[in-house]
Design a protein. Structure first.
Length: 334
């Protein structure tokens, strides 16, 4: 289809209580820059049930307008309902580009929408810009197992669509909302929705793991040596009020659940503090934590690649270093 405007859209996911999920608000930050370069408006698209909280949040984080579809069929995400609503909006307003969070839902919704609209989709992006020569969005994503970064253009079809990993961009500071709110009455008949949510399982392995929203993460890698090696990792995380992360090597070995994995095949994170314990620093892992404000590496190998990206490094055995660090934190707290 042809674009009717130069507007850029950001799809804002909602939770059951109508609040906005972090990734959609994060994407309003690069969305603002891209929309300005394209010469269009920045619109947040909110689909949900009782989603007034999400509308307020999107308005406060820089959206020029918020397009809202609200109804009981959108309380839980379903491919049929959400794809039908989003495609109807795109066909009516004709944006030139659209950002979707690369969450479980976003990775399902993006391909379905792009197929229906006969346009392209660049998945799992970690970088966004505007190509100066063509004016198209330049989507950057890891390729060939994370060994290089590819920049992809969609020159012939609109809208240009990409899914972007959570945690890649930082949420902007909230300000007083000024967005125009546009409410669309789009309903999907029940017989057109082929799936339904039977049960929500909120915890995995007895733990509620929110890596993407964590401000402090303590991660363990192959150097922890086994499942029991995560004991000091968890102890330090408890002392700091942090979330426990892990490298792919530790997850693949079965030492910790996949929900803790940071990296290209895990979660992309951007905490204020990231402590890497016994992690060598493979490029796949670095791709997932490069957005951290401060990185502390603890590894007994002085030549480990993790030290190349660390702000602070400790060369030593993590089983000797972490107990000392925990004791010092307790003394400082006392």
């Amino acid at each position: 289809m042809e674009a009717k405007t130069k507007d850029l859209w950001v799809f804002v996911e909602t939770s059951e209580d109508g609040a906005a999920k972090n990734v959609g608000i994060e994407l309003l930050t690069p969305g603002r820059l891209l929309a300005d370069k394209q010469g269009g408006a920045l619109a947040a698209v909110v689909i949900g049930c009782g989603a007034d909280k999400a509308v307020e949040t999107a308005s406060a984080h820089g959206a020029d307008k918020v397009i809202v579809v609200d109804g009981p069929e959108y309380r839980h995400y379903t491919t049929d309902a959400y794809a039908a609503a989003l495609c109807a909006l795109v066909e009516k307003y004709g944006p030139t580009s659209m950002l979707i969070g690369a969450t479980n839902n976003g990775r399902d919704l993006g391909p379905r929408v792009s197929c229906r609209l006969h346009t392209g989709l660049t998945a799992d992006c970690t970088g966004l810009d505007i190509d100066e020569e063509s004016g198209n969005v330049a989507w950057t994503r890891p390729a060939f197992g994370g060994n290089l970064m590819a920049t992809i253009l969609c020159p012939d079809h609109r809208p240009q669509i990409g899914t972007v990993r959570p945690g890649v961009f930082k949420k902007g500071e909230a300000a007083q909302g000024r967005a125009e709110v546009i409410r669309e009455d789009i309903h999907v008949p029940g017989d057109k929705i082929r799936t339904q949510v039977i049960e929500l399982i909120r915890e995995m392995g007895g733990e509620n793991v929110d890596l993407e929203g964590a401000e402090i993460i303590v991660s363990g890698g192959r150097g922890v040596g086994g499942p029991e090696g995560f004991a000091p990792i968890r102890a330090l995380a408890k002392e700091l009020g942090a979330t426990v992360g892990a490298s792919r090597a530790a997850v693949d070995a079965g030492w910790i659940a996949h929900a803790h994995q940071v990296g290209q095949t895990g979660k992309t994170v951007g905490p204020k503090l990231y402590i890497a314990c016994g992690i060598s620093g493979a490029i796949q892992h670095l791709a997932g934590m490069s957005g951290s404000d401060v990185v502390v590496a603890i590894n007994k190998d002085p030549d480990a690649p993790i030290f190349d990206v660390a702000d602070y490094g400790v060369v030593g055995n993590l089983f000797e270093v972490l107990p000392v660090l925990i004791d010092e934190l307790k003394k400082a707290r006392a």
